[in-house]
Design a protein around this ligand. Structure first.
Ligand code: COA
Length: 205
């Protein structure tokens, strides 16, 4: 077993594929992010830099290095989400802690053009199954702003357990925002996969 089990990795189900970030993702990543400012900004970490500065093509190489380094050192599993072979979003497994806690938090976004097709529930199910089976984690957490009804549906579809309400928890879109915490521990799956909790996985239209 490597010191950072479960990374690098490639996961797939139906038309959804997750893989690590690449240099050539930069152009598409930037195009989607710039086009989706109104869709994404309210759920993103606060920053002193403008949306354009943060998401231009030139912002990708330094971000890629940071993601790759975090993947190598085992603090993150930074996945790109592809749908039908096209890059459509990201799913970051962050705050990976081993030892007695063996936990992580997962964050995600997709292009508005592919929203509502079950891409993220499928990606999250794949990632949870991978974190339990290959990374050796025991608990996965997802923190969601109470206003984010679409994201609340994602964890509801997978049956994640509501754990609590964190006041002024994360610095998002210019302020400390309350979050609802959801989690699942490996025992709750009772030997089944998270993917099997979904009625189906997205295929191409
Ligand atoms: C939250 C998000 C990741 C969900 O991804 P997804 O792949 O669309 O997930 P689903 O297909 O399961 O859709 C979830 C809900 O989004 C809503 N939705 C569906 N299509 C939509 C659209 N075109 N526009 C807006 N909301 C839509 C529906 O309420 C849907 O629930 P339903 O299936 O019960 O109708 C996505 O909406 C997104 O990227 N939002 C912006 C970033 C964000 O909020 N990230 C999460 C921070 S915690």
């Amino acid at each position: 077993m490597s010191s950072h089990p479960g990374w690098p990795a490639q996961l797939s189900a139906g038309a959804v594929l997750l893989r690590g970030p690449r240099l050539r993702d930069g152009r598409t990543w930037s195009e989607i992010r710039l086009r989706n400012e109104m869709w994404l900004l309210q759920w993103e970490p606060s920053s002193p830099h403008s949306w354009v500065e943060r998401n231009s093509v030139t912002a990708w190489p330094p971000l890629l290095s940071a993601l790759r380094k975090a993947g190598r050192t085992g603090t993150m599993l930074p996945f790109m989400i592809l749908y039908g072979g096209r890059l459509v979003g990201q799913m970051n497994v962050s705050n990976v802690v081993h030892g007695v806690l063996r936990s992580c938090t997962v964050g995600y976004w997709v292009d508005r053009d592919v929203a509502g097709r079950g891409v993220v529930p499928t990606a999250l199910a794949l990632v949870i199954d991978h974190c339990f089976a290959q990374v050796g984690l025991h608990r996965i957490e997802v923190d969601i702003r109470p206003e984010n009804t679409a994201s609340l549906r994602v964890v509801e579809k997978l049956g994640l357990r509501r754990e609590g309400y964190y006041e002024r928890y994360l610095d998002i879109d210019g302020a400390w925002r309350d979050h609802v915490a959801f989690a699942v521990t490996v025992e709750e799956l009772q030997g089944r996969t998270m993917l099997s909790r979904l009625p189906g996985v997205p295929q191409l239209p």
